[in-house]
Design a protein around this ligand. Structure first.
Ligand SMILES: NC(=O)C1=CN([C@@H]2O[C@H](COP(=O)(O)OP(=O)(O)OC[C@H]3O[C@@H](n4cnc5c(N)ncnc54)[C@H](O)[C@@H]3O)[C@@H](O)[C@H]2O)C=CC1
Ligand SMILES: O=C(O)CCC(=O)C(=O)O
Length: 412
C-alpha cells in the first residue's frame, strides 16, 4: 500500500522535474528525504499487558523553513506511505507559499481499539522518542487521519516537559492551549474555497451541483457541512461504517444530530448502499476525503463525476489520472485542494509566536486570500507548461523548493 503511494508521489515529482528541466543531481537531492525516523513505542495497556507499536516521522525537506505535516494513526501506516506523505507536504507548503518544508508522521495502530488513556500513553511515548528531533524551528506536527486536537495537546504537554512551555511545537491544538479559531474547519473550508474557484471557472456553482463524498471525519464532515450550507446537493456519503445515498440530497444537519448517537450508515435520511458503489454514483463532483489510492486503474473508467476534488492525500493513482483526463474529468489535486489545513496551521504558529490571537474573521479572510492566490499561481503554471492542474501544482511547488535549495547553496 505505502509503496504505491511512494511510487505515485515520485512519478508526479519526476514528471514535474522534467517539465521544469531540473538538473539530475538537484532532482535526486529534492527527492531524497532529509531524515527518516522509526521508533518502537511500547506502552502498558489498561489491563497491564504490554503492547508495541511502530511510529515513524519522515522529515523530507527544510529548504524553505521548518518542516511541517500531520501525524496519522492508522493500521496501514508504514515507512513508504509516510515518506510519500512527507514529500507531498514539501510541495504543498511551497504551493501555498508558506515558510515551511515538509514532514509527516504516523503510528501503525487502530485508534478505535485503544482506550483514551492508552492513546494518551502511546502519544506521550512517541513524543518522548521524537522530542529532540522536532520543535518550533525544526519540524512542527499537526493532526491527520486518526488524530485530533486532543492528540496535539498531549504532544504539546509532553514536549514542554523537556523544553519548557512550547506552544509552537505543534499546531491543531485545542483553543484553550493556543489553537487557532478556524483550524478545525480549515481543511474542509479550503477544499470548498478551492472547489468554488474551479467550478466558477467552468460557469458552475455549488448551489447547482451534486456531490458524492467519501469519508466523514474532520475533513469530510466539514466539506459536507459547508456544501450543504451553500445549497449544494449531497447525493451520497460514506465512512468506515458504510455508505448512504439519497438522490434528493442528504440533510447534513440531521445527519450530524444522528451521528451523536449512531453510525452514519444507519441514518434514515438516506438509503444504505454498498460502499464499493459510492465512487460510481451519478454526480457533478466527487470528493474523496479518506484514504489514499482509492481511485485506480480498476475503477477510474466507471466514475461518472465531471470534477474530482482531492480532499484526501494522494487518492488518485497515476494510471487513473490518465484514464480520467482522457475522459475529460477535471481533477483538483491534493497539493492544493486540501492545503487549507496547513495554511491555518501556519496562522496558528504565527499567532503563538506573536502571543496574539486572531479573530476567526481574520483567519478566514487570510485563508481565502492564500487559497485564491495559489489558484492563480497554479493556473499560470498550467499555462506555461500546457499541463494538468496536478502538474501545475507540482511544477509550482517543486520550482519554489528547487529555487530555495539553489539559493542556500551546496557548500558542506
Ligand atoms: N485533518 C487535516 O487537517 C487534513 C487531512 N488531510 C487528509 O484528509 C483525509 C482525511 O483526514 P481526516 O478527516 O483528518 O481523518 P479522520 O480520521 O478525521 O477521518 C477519516 C474518515 O475516513 C473514513 N474512512 C476510513 N476508511 C474508509 C473507507 N474505507 N471508506 C470510506 N471512509 C473511510 C473514516 O470513517 C472517517 O470518517 C486524509 O487523507 C488526510 O491525510 C489532508 C490535509 C489536512
Ligand atoms: O496542518 C498541518 O501542519 C499538516 C496538514 C497535513 O498533514 C496535510 O496537509 O496533509
Amino acid at each position: 500500500m505505502g509503496s504505491i503511494a511512494l511510487a505515485t508521489a515520485t512519478k508526479n515529482f519526476r514528471n514535474a522535474s522534467r517539465l521544469l528541466g531540473l538538473d539530475k543531481k538537484l532532482e535526486m537531492s529534492l527527492l531524497t528525504p532529509l531524515r527518516e525516523i522509526k521508533v518502537e513505542c511500547t506502552i502498558p495497556k489498561d489491563d497491564g499487558s504490554l503492547v508495541s507499536h511502530i511510529g515513524f516521522r519522515v522529515q523530507h525537506d527544510n529548504a524553505r523553513g521548518p518542516m511541517k505535516g500531520g501525524i496519522r494513526y492508522h493500521p496501514k501506516v508504514d515507512l513508504d506511505e509516510v515518506n510519500a506523505l512527507a514529500q507531498l507536504m514539501t510541495w504543498k507548503t511551497a504551493v501555498m507559499d508558506l515558510p515551511y518544508g515538509g514532514a509527516k508522521g504516523g503510528i501503525g495502530c487502530t485508534p478505535k481499539d485503544l482506550t483514551l488513556s492508552e492513546l494518551e500513553r502511546l502519544t506521550r511515548v512517541f513524543t518522548q522518542k521524537l522530542h529532540d528531533l522536532i520543535g518550533t524551528n525544526i519540524d512542527i506536527p499537526a493532526p491527520d487521519m486518526g488524530t485530533n486536537s486532543q492528540t496535539m495537546a498531549w504532544i504539546f504537554d509532553e514536549y514542554s516537559k523537556f523544553h519548557g512551555y512550547s506552544p509552537t511545537c505543534v499546531t491543531g491544538k485545542p483553543l484553550e492551549l493556543g489553537g487557532s479559531l478556524g483550524r478545525d474547519s480549515a481543511t474542509g473550508h479550503g477544499v470548498v474555497i478551492s472547489m468554488e474557484a474551479l467550478l466558477n471557472e467552468h460557469g458552475k456553482s455549488i448551489k447547482d451541483s451534486t456531490f458524492v463524498i467519501q469519508g466523514y471525519g474532520n475533513v469530510g464532515s466539514w466539506v459536507a457541512r459547508l456544501i450543504y450550507e451553500k445549497g449544494g446537493t449531497i447525493v451520497a456519503l460514506s465512512d468506515v461504517t458504510g455508505a448512504i445515498k439519497n438522490p434528493n440530497g442528504i440533510d447534513i444537519s440531521e445527519l450530524d444530530k444522528h451521528r451523536k448517537k449512531g453510525a452514519l450508515c444507519y441514518f434514515n435520511g438516506g438509503e444504505r448502499m454498498i460502499p464499493d458503489e459510492l465512487l460510481f454514483q451519478q454526480c457533478d463532483v466527487l470528493i474523496p476525503c479518506a484514504l489514499g489510492g482509492v481511485i485506480n486503474s480498476e475503477n477510474a473508467g466507471d466514475i461518472k463525476a465531471k470534477f474530482i476534488i482531492e480532499a484526501a492525500n494522494h487518492p488518485t493513482e497515476p494510471e487513473a489520472d490518465d484514464i480520467l483526463s482522457e475522459r475529460g474529468v477535471i481533477i483538483l489535486p491534493d497539493l492544493y485542494a486540501n492545503a487549507g489545513g496547513v495554511t491555518v496551521s501556519y496562522f496558528e504558529w504565527v499567532q503563538n509566536t506573536q502571543g496574539f490571537m486572531w479573530e476567526e474573521e481574520m483567519v478566514n479572510r487570510y485563508l481565502i486570500q492564500y487559497m485564491k492566490q495559489a489558484f492563480k499561481d497554479i493556473k499560470a503554471k498550467c499555462h506555461t507548461h500546457n499541463c494538468s492542474l496536478r502538474m501545475g501544482a507540482f511544477t509550482l511547488g517543486v520550482e519554489r523548493v528547487a529555487r530555495a535549495t539553489l539559493l542556500r547553496g551546496w557548500e558542506a
